[in-house]
Ligand binder design. Structure first.
Ligand code: TDO
Length: 184
């Protein structure tokens, strides 16, 4: 497994090497030793306390979600199908503040995203069904949910396929301008 940097400060892509044979494939999706060494923090990966999985039909968008307070670190991968995953840096002191980047995560390459605290995150399912697995380093607390509308004109995310279903929370999410008033 190798680690690649991205356009966003502190966000990295873990790139595994799947072994393929007549049976199918085997892939390591995470390696604590390599990850902790990259971060320079022994035991960092032990801090992930909840593992979750969501399933979405093609066109579904979930996002753009963040967390108030000290935020949460996340490891995100697509275990089945493919998604277009988007991150937005909302750390006021970051050199890439306000910048966004999209990534394809799928069950062919198994790229795995590490997202530090202080990002908005969302994705769209590209395949008939897409299973996204993620790990977070703090227990989920809906009281700390923050969000920006997935179709906010200032954020201007280009979703690859027509949007089919979003949650009522996402449909009612606030604007990027409103969020900026709180994070700056
Ligand atoms: C996120 C989450 C939700 N839930 C519950 C709350 C609710 O009843 C149900 C569905 O929650 P949501 O509608 O918020 O799920 P969803 O819209 O899939 O939310 C997720 O979106 C992606 C983009 C992320 O980055 C995640 O961190 C998370 O925010 O699951 C948990 O129990 N634990 C969790 O960690």
């Amino acid at each position: 497994m190798r680690i690649e940097t991205t356009d966003l400060a502190d966000v990295v892509l873990l790139v595994p090497q799947p072994f393929r044979d007549d049976r199918g494939l085997f892939t390591r999706t995470f390696d604590a030793e390599i990850f902790d060494a990259h971060l320079g923090r022994p035991g960092a990966s032990a801090g992930f306390v909840q593992d979750s999985q969501s399933r979405s039909a093609q066109g579904v968008v979930r996002g753009m979600h963040g967390r108030s307070g000290r935020g949460e670190a996340k490891l995100v991968r697509c275990a089945r199908g493919a998604v277009y995953d988007v991150l937005v840096d909302i750390r006021a002191d970051s050199p890439t503040f306000g910048r966004k980047q999209g990534f394809r995560l799928d069950d062919t390459d198994f790229h795995h995203l590490y997202v530090p605290p202080g990002f908005l995150h969302g994705f769209q399912a590209l395949s008939d069904l897409a299973d996204v697995c993620y790990r977070i380093d703090r227990p989920h607390d809906p009281a700390e949910d923050i969000g920006v509308a997935y179709h906010d004109p200032d954020l201007a995310i280009v979703w690859p396929v027509p949007v089919t279903v979003v949650s009522s929370r996402d449909a009612a999410a606030g604007s990027w301008r409103e969020l900026l008033r709180h994070v700056r």
